[in-house]
Structures are given as structure tokens and as C-alpha cells.
Design a protein around this ligand. Structure first.
Ligand code: 0WD
Ligand code: CA
Length: 380
């Protein structure tokens, strides 16, 4: 029947891609039924303190305090007098996730039936943010990416490598851009309390070294995933669903004044917001809309599950199924390429807009990212 035909065509298509050693990112190729994506389960969490030190506990978890609908928050306040900025030239790679794994190996859930071929019992280990980039690839027209992958004891670890273009961007940001990066963190400070019975302290210091990260496990079709993502806060209600169901993602965006601005918001911003929160199962996004001077003129709660309905009136808009099918095929492609089980071998996957995903192989190079302390400890 139809299903069999489609399956054969797809197999042929993937066969050609494998033969060529590349993967197409054309969105039309990924318009298929939504693949299985299991509800993500939180298996742990960790914090990064004010000096960016890993802590195996939720000490940086904050609590959401609902603001007025038009709160008038001044996002410029405290820039730069009460701002400690993380040094973003330091490349942390997967280190924090690996530290979590070493300290919590017993908490990773391995399927009972399948005699797993990997020591950890998961196919992929990465950051959520890396998967967000993969999901949005079929719709991205400006920024490419490089993802390094190594197979070690059966699991594939994926860690981003900064592109040349991204490095130039980071090193040549204007003063206005630098300040606007602060606005997102300042918005968090207006809405988050440190304790369940506390209130936000807008007079405090914004320190972007601090982070609370969830670690979730899930499965996309044939791929089991373990990844970590930074979480802004949780709701205070102790009877709220367990994590990640109680988490809230905070965002800021320019206020929407024209139909064109609304359309752009739906087409570009909501794609990124949806991908980022859908992956770890964060159900709510609280958006602060700010004017040109950094004053928050509106706040709206957007349920992650409603985003795909919100965008349906846009002509030729993005589709969640395309994102998920592309990610599924990308992970299959990675599995077929990353065959040598050796932490000193890096397969570097590169994608640029309007191009296919391609890869190169590097032995004992600058790209090796699994640290000695992880390899040593896991081997024993
Ligand atoms: O070394 C690297 N190449 C990266 C490290 C790239 C991306 C992230 N990280 C690490 C950092 O340790 C960070 O704490 O990942 C953590 C966050 O991981 P994620 O959740 O997978 O990243 P993402 O979903 O891209 O960003 C989540 C939040 C951002 O919030 P908004 O609302 O702006 O999306 O994490 C922050 C930011 O607040 N963030 C970062 N923090 C530190 N380093 C980074 C970064 N490179 N990128 C975003
Ligand atoms: Ca955020």
C-alpha cells in the first residue's frame, strides 16, 4: 500500500544520502508524520554557581513570581553597575554534563529488555541547545553550525564547535548588542525569587555565571537521548506536576506594533522558542515584550503546546514535524558515520545555509572534547 511505497522511497533517498556522505536539509524531504518523541523524564539536575563551579544539586533553582500584565520593568537598570558577565570566550564543551554523569551514573535509566550495546545505555549525550540548532536547521537561512561527535563506550557525545562567523560576531558585538544581551537576564531577575516563599530582588546583582540545569532522558524514534538544558525557574505550587512539567521558560522580545512584526515573530522567534522548550518538555513560556528603551510593556504566557496552532495562519510557515523528522534523520546519519569507538576521534559535522550537512574526521586534533578525567573514570 501507500505506506510501503513511501517507506521504500525513503529508504532509497536515505541510501543515496549515505552513499554521498551528506544529508540534505531541504524541508520538503521531512514532511512526514510526526515521529515518536517520548515524554522527556527528568533524571537529575545540577547548578553552576556565581563562579561557574559545578554543584551536584538544585541550589540555583528559582521560583516564578507572576508580574502585572504591563509591569513597566526597566531592563536597563543595573547595566553595568550590578552586572557580572560570564566569560563567553571560555569553551566549556560538555564538561558540566559529563560531571553530572560521573556523579549520577546510577540515575540513568537503561531499558531492561535491550541488552544495550553502550555502557551508559543511551545513544546520544549532548546539550539541549545543540539539539535546538538541529531542529531549526530546515528553516535557518543565516547561521550555520558545527557539531563535533565522538563515540565512546557505545554512546555518541555531541558538542558544538564555534564557527568562524560566530566567533567574529561574538568578538565584534556593538555596545548596544552587549546591553541588549543583559536585558534577558534582567527580565529573569524581575520575575524570579530565590526561595519558594520569597519575592524577586531587582536591586540585586545579575550574574550570568549562575545557572540551574535539568538533565532529561527521552527517545526520538530509534534514538535514546540524554541531554541537559538550562531552566529559568519553576512554579511555586508544590502540587504542580513533577519536573520538567513545573518549569517555566522566560523570554524577552521586541513589542509587536505591526502585522509584519507579528508575522516575523511567528515565523522566526516562535520556531526557536518552541524547539527549545519542546525538547525538554517545558510546558510554559512567559514572554516579556519590551520597547526600544528596554521597558517591558506587556507580559504574556504562551503554552509550548499551543505554539503550533498559533502559527497556522502564517503562509508557508514552519512545521514541528519537519523539525523532528530532520533531527531523527540527522541522528541516524550521525550513527551511520560515527563508527569508531574512540574518544580521541572526532567526526565534525558542518552545515551552512543552502548546503547539505557534511562531515570530516579528525584524530588527536584540536577538536577532541571528551576530557581525560571522564575517559579515565568511566573506564574503571
Ligand atoms: O560551550 C558551548 N558551546 C555551549 C555551552 C553552548 C551552549 C550552551 N552551553 C552551556 C552553558 O554551560 C549553559 O549554562 O549550556 C548551558 C545552557 O545550555 P542549553 O540550555 O543547552 O542552551 P540554550 O538552550 O541554547 O540556552 C538556554 C539558556 C539561554 O536562555 P535564552 O532564554 O536566552 O535561550 O542558557 C543561556 C541563556 O540564558 N545560554 C548560555 N549560557 C552559557 N553559555 C549559553 C552559553 N554558551 N548559551 C545560552
Ligand atoms: Ca530564557
Amino acid at each position: 500500500g501507500d505506506y510501503e511505497t513511501k517507506k521504500r522511497l525513503r529508504a532509497t533517498h536515505e541510501g543515496q544520502q549515505r552513499a554521498a556522505g551528506t544529508l540534505s536539509a531541504h524541508r520538503q524531504l521531512y514532511e512526514r508524520p510526526f515521529p515518536l518523541y517520548k515524554q522527556p523524564v527528568e533524571v537529575g539536575c545540577f547548578s553552576l554557581d556565581s563562579r561557574r563551579v559545578f554543584c551536584n544539586d538544585p541550589r540555583q533553582l528559582r521560583y516564578y513570581v507572576q508580574p502585572a500584565q504591563s509591569p513597566g520593568f526597566d531592563l536597563r537598570d543595573g547595566y553595568t553597575s550590578r552586572f557580572v558577565k560570564r566569560d563567553d570566550s571560555v569553551k566549556e564543551k560538555l564538561d558540566h554534563v559529563l560531571r553530572w554523569i560521573l556523579a549520577n551514573r546510577d540515575k540513568i535509566q537503561t531499558r531492561v529488555q535491550t541488552s544495550s550495546s553502550s555502557a551508559l545505555g543511551v545513544d546520544f549525550v549532548t546539550w539541549r541547545g545543540h539539539l535546538t540548532k538541529v531542529l531549526t536547521t530546515p528553516y535557518e537561512t543565516h547561521e550555520g553550525w558545527m557539531l563535533a561527535a565522538s563515540r565512546f563506550r557505545g554512546s555518541i557525545y555531541i558538542s558544538e564547535v564555534e564557527t568562524e562567523a560566530a566567533r567574529v560576531n561574538r568578538e565584534t558585538r556593538s555596545e548596544r548588542q552587549e546591553e541588549m544581551m543583559y536585558w534577558g537576564y534582567k527580565f529573569e531577575q524581575y520575575l524570579c525569587a530565590d526561595d519558594v516563599d520569597g519575592t524577586p530582588d531587582p536591586g540585586g546583582v545579575v550574574n550570568t555565571n549562575e545557572a540551574f540545569c535539568t538533565v532529561v532522558q527521552t527517545r526520538l524514534a530509534d534514538h535514546t537521548l540524554l541531554f541537559s538544558g538550562e531552566v529559568d525557574c519553576r512554579v511555586k505550587d508544590p502540587d504542580a506536576p513533577p519536573a520538567p512539567g513545573c518549569y517555566v521558560e522566560l523570554k524577552t522580545s521586541a513589542e509587536i506594533c505591526t502585522p509584519k512584526q507579528r508575522s516575523n515573530f511567528h515565523r522566526y522567534k516562535l520556531l526557536k522558542w518552541w524547539a527549545q522548550s519542546f525538547l525538554p518538555g517545558v510546558p510554559q513560556i512567559v514572554a516579556g515584550f519590551r520597547d526600544h528603551d528596554g521597558i517591558v510593556v506587556g507580559v504574556e504566557t504562551i503554552p509550548t503546546s499551543k505554539i503550533s496552532h498559533l502559527i497556522k495562519n502564517e503562509y508557508n510557515c514552519w512545521k514541528p514535524t519537519v523539525c523532528m523528522n530532520f533531527c531523527n534523520d540527522f541522528l541516524s546519519f550521525v550513527k551511520s558515520v560515527v563508527t569508531e569507538d574512540n574518544p580521541r576521534v572526532v567526526y565534525l559535522f558542518t552545515w551552512d545555509p543552502h548546503r547539505d550537512v557534511s562531515f570530516t574526521v579528525h584524530r588527536d586534533s584540536q577538536y577532541t572534547f571528551l576530557p581525560e578525567w571522564y575517559i579515565r573514570d568511566t573506564s574503571s
